[in-house]
Design a protein around this ligand. Structure first.
Ligand code: FA5
Ligand code: MG
Length: 498
């Protein structure tokens, strides 16, 4: 339950938070203040009260889901996946209950995000107020955990929040698992001795038969060595240890999936299509060099994690100047989808027994059996945008590994925060759709983008696919949701429906 306190009137609040008042999940308590300068209100999340301001953009549907902790819910597929991954890192200390409200400093500054990094934009991140937000990644806790220095290796599993695309592999709340391992140079007589130890640890890692595509050198100008801090030998052995550890983790996940299939008398997945993975170069402000690991899934490459050699200035800020090491962050949903054959990310939020009863922490992994298939109800919305010089942001490559994201992605793309706010940002439409239709919206895709040559007006057409996972939607229900979304688009963006 989210509690909202307010002063004066609804209209005194920033437009972005007004919809909060319509939520049945909010308790509203208003009090009149004599002074005009008092804070316009506060949000209570997880038992703490936070003042709201003009940056507040976290919507009620997100707050209503806050604190579900699916990653530790017993017999939940996300929890099973988390435990399976953790079992590959037996000496690591596991942190599973760090609170999701963090500071801008934790989420961005502590990791070396530049002030103009696009991930900081309100179009990408849910802000509670100007200095507080819902974490966009588990890396938000890296510096704190390094500073506490309780173990050489650790994992952090948690819910994370992003304004993002709506489709079968993206959801505004998902779960990440962070892992890091460091070696203390101080504990060795020389840097060679430290390298020897990492080499020994690497040789002790399980070997696997997997063929891995890894065409790039460990570092090159596009993915640089931290020359000021690391020798080439250190970076090479850290990269080898990191990649082998993560490949082993993926192989384990698939071996478990195969065992489950065999136990149920099915052909193993690897007999049909051998596991294919590849390393691609990436960029994160908090690692260098950096990579993403992709797995071939349903005819396409699916990115499952980002990783790299930890940025040394980050370790220095955390009071660990002598430690060197690696870190990764993976999407638990992505791996659970591969492990159990779960076709749609919305299913993880289901409270339907037909879903939850299929998974058990004790038994072998079993392939998910769809319990229903309901028809899709696609509807298009086509509109003219008002004439404007402000940026219009569409077709955000949510799944592209080079895309800017609230967790890294693109190093150079400038932020729009200092410029005029976008006249239209696709993520706003995604949020309207989730707010109005909840989990009955399966996908939102731009299908046409056209600028009238004479009038110089731009027209967009989005296909919104409605489909409930639990029942068949009636035509009237789909129409009602679609009309509601269309109305909000008109009100918010002054678009003209075509
Ligand atoms: C990060 O979040 C980095 N913090 C990861 C990292 C940690 C890099 C430590 C280096 C060192 P990224 O934005 O790529 O990176 O997200 C990591 C993973 O989360 C992705 O590979 C993907 O598996 C998953 N993911 C990202 N966005 C979504 C989404 N909207 N829905 C579901 N899973 C997602
Ligand atoms: Mg990524």
């Amino acid at each position: 339950m989210v509690k909202l306190t307010c002063a004066s009137s609804f209209w005194a609040l920033p437009a972005s938070i007004r919809p909060l008042f319509r939520s049945p999940h909010l308790v509203l308590s208003c009090r009149r203040y004599a002074s005009k300068d008092v804070s316009p209100g506060a949000l209570t999340i997880g038992g703490h009260s936070y003042p709201i301001d003009s940056w507040t953009n976290v919507p009620p549907n997100i707050l209503a889901q806050y604190g579900r902790k699916l990653h530790v819910q017993s017999d939940h597929p996300l929890s099973i996946t988390r435990q399976l991954i953790a079992s590959r890192f037996p000496s690591f200390r596991n942190h599973d209950s760090l609170p999701g409200v963090v500071t801008v400093e934790q989420n961005f500054d502590s990791l070396g995000f530049t002030p103009d990094h696009p991930g900081r934009n309100r179009t990408d991140t849910y802000y509670i107020n100007q200095s507080t937000l819902l974490r966009t990644h588990t890396s938000a806790h890296e510096v704190d955990v390094f500073r506490a220095n309780e173990s050489d290796g650790y994992t952090i599993s948690a819910d994370v929040y992003r304004r993002d695309a709506v489709d079968k592999s993206h959801y505004p709340i998902f779960h990440q698992m962070e892992g890091a391992l460091t070696w203390d140079r101080k504990a060795f007589a020389s840097s060679e001795a430290c390298i020897q130890q990492i080499t020994k640890d690497f040789e002790a890692l399980p070997k696997h038969p997997l063929v891995v595509e890894d065409p790039n050198p460990t570092y090159q100008p596009s993915n640089p060595l931290q020359t000021q801090y690391h020798s080439p030998e250190e970076a090479e052995i850290l990269a080898k240890h990191l990649k082998r550890s993560l490949e082993d983790m993926v192989v384990t996940i698939f071996a478990e999936a195969d065992k489950g299939l065999a136990a149920a008398g099915h052909r193993s997945k690897s007999e049909d299509e051998p596991l294919k993975v590849r390393w691609v170069e990436a960029f994160f402000p908090h690692t260098s060099p950096s990579w993403e690991l992709e797995v071939w899934w349903q005819g396409d490459w699916l990115e499952v994690l980002g990783c790299g050699v930890i940025d040394q200035p980050l370790l220095i800020r955390a009071g660990q100047p002598d430690r060197i090491g690696w870190a990764f962050g993976l999407g638990l949903e992505r791996l659970a989808m591969l492990l159990f054959g779960i076709p749609d990310i919305r299913l993880f939020w289901s409270t339907d027994k037909r879903f939850l009863s299929q998974f058990s922490e004790d038994g072998p992994i079993r392939r998910f059996q769809p319990f229903s298939k309901h028809p899709a109800a696609p509807r298009d919305v086509s509109f003219w945008l008002p004439k404007t010089d402000a940026p219009i942001i569409t077709n955000t490559p949510a799944t592209a590994s080079t895309a800017a994201s609230p967790a890294g992605g693109q190093p150079t793309e400038p932020s729009t925060s200092d410029q005029a706010p976008p006249a239209f940002h696709e993520n706003d439409l995604m949020e309207i759709a989730r707010n109005v239709a909840g989990d009955s919206v399966e996908d939102v895709t731009l299908i046409d983008d056209f600028t009238h040559p004479k009038k110089q007006r731009r027209s967009l057409c989005y296909r919104i696919t409605y489909r409930s996972l639990e029942r068949t939607l009636t035509t009237e229900e789909a129409n009602r949701m679609h009309d509601h979304i269309t109305r909000e688009l008109i009100e918010k963006y002054r678009v003209e429906i075509r």
